[in-house]
Ligand binder design. Structure first.
Ligand SMILES: [Zn+2]
Length: 381
């Protein structure tokens, strides 16, 4: 079962807007009451028992909204207060009726609001029954995020597909496709230049522009990550993959140190985790499984030798990897192919690795070496 969220804009009139605002104000009040009752070890059940009556009495909110408010408080462990921006509906408090949605509000009579639907929304809303929804306000307009549970048929047959992530190449697949990071880094450098120039001016106008630009870079990077992850999953599907293998990158941003402060900062701002999580949910939506493997020695060992059941540690020079037996090959492609095998090299070849005396944590070492080789100067990015 896979859950997807469909965001639709609500075409509200003035009365409906007021009712939605009042409902979200009461929902926030209910959350804040539940928050006052919350203790560190409290479960949803115990919190419900402690504050449900109080919420109903003080807010007059519907029973299902009271339950959803308690659930939200239990889920948001760090929240200190809730504001009237949104409220959560369940199957009893909302329903989709063609191009409109019926939402229960505190007055008792439900409101029917038309939705602005595109082709994508129509396709997913047809036939499937939504499980829950969040109504929220953004820039003066109201939206509804509808959650739909979809039955996904798992792929049983197919190949294992490996993806190597890095800095010079944002991603490299075991099928040999590279996703170059050059344009991305150039755009990031451009954002940094504009920001630095505006910051140095210190005028009121510059501050106004900075405020407008804040978040633009983040949105740009996020959109790029979406495009890359979509292309990776499409590539895996084209090669009839049933399983995508990614590197387990715990703490890579600390380990990847590039000897250039501008580039180092940009490298850290790049989210490997976000790319992998986008690949994961996009792959799972079409029935592929995703596996995280230990990346140790995947950049240092030869893929062909591993296929012949032996470990050969080669040398790397820039983007070239050289195996003493099989010769030169693309380093990232070799690493991606090794990742696709999903072997635990540390466990399989402990004596060979001890004899070679090399350190693991392959991909970050490679990123460091590539960075040194290509010098990664800010103007070159
Ligand atoms: Zn080899």
């Amino acid at each position: 079962m896979n859950t997807i969220t469909i965001c639709c804009k609500l075409q509200t009139n003035e009365i409906q807007e007021e009712l939605l605002l009042e409902n979200s104000t009461l929902f926030a009040k209910a959350c804040n009451i539940a928050l006052a009752y919350r203790s560190p070890k409290q479960t949803r059940f115990s919190l419900h028992k402690a504050c449900y009556q109080c919420i109903r009495k003080e807010t007059g909110i519907k029973a299902n909204y009271a339950c959803q408010a308690i659930a939200r408080v239990v889920a948001s462990k760090r929240a200190k207060a809730f504001s009237a921006r949104s409220f959560v509906c369940d199957v009893r408090t909302f329903s989709v009726l063609g191009n409109s949605v019926r939402i229960s509000v505190h007055t008792g009579k439900p409101i029917q609001v038309p939705m602005l639907l595109g082709e994508y929304q129509r396709k997913h809303l047809q036939g499937d029954k939504p499980s829950s929804a969040t109504v929220h306000r953004q820039n003066g307009s109201w939206y509804i995020n509808i959650c739909i549970k979809k039955e996904v048929v798992k792929k049983e047959a197919g190949i294992d597909f490996g993806v190597d992530v890095g800095i010079a190449n944002v991603a490299y697949t075991s099928s040999g496709t590279a996703f170059c990071g050059k344009a991305l880094w150039a755009k990031k450098a451009q954002f940094r230049r504009v920001r630095a120039s505006l910051q140095s001016k210190r005028t009121r106008g510059a501050k106004k522009v900075l405020r407008r630009l804040s978040g633009k870079e983040r949105r740009y990077i996020r959109a790029e990550i979406h495009k890359i992850s979509k292309a990776i999953v499409a590539e895996a599907e084209r090669h009839t993959a049933k399983n995508i293998r990614l590197e387990l990158l715990k703490g890579i941003s600390q380990r990847v140190s590039i000897p250039n402060k501008h580039t180092s900062r940009m490298g850290r701002a790049w989210s490997f985790y976000e790319l992998q999580s986008f690949v994961k949910y996009k792959a799972e939506a079409i029935g592929m499984s995703v596996e995280f493997v230990d990346p140790a020695y995947t950049s240092q060992s030869c893929h062909q030798c591993l296929l012949e059941n032996r470990l050969t540690l080669g040398s790397r020079s820039g983007i070239r990897f050289c195996c003493p037996i099989h010769g030169k090959k693309h380093a990232d492609h070799n690493a991606a192919q090794n990742i696709s095998l999903g072997l635990q090299l540390k466990k399989l070849y402990p004596s060979e690795l001890a004899k070679a005396g090399k350190e693991g944590g392959a991909n970050c070492n490679c990123a460091r070496k590539v960075a040194r080789k290509s010098r990664f100067k800010a103007h070159a990015l």
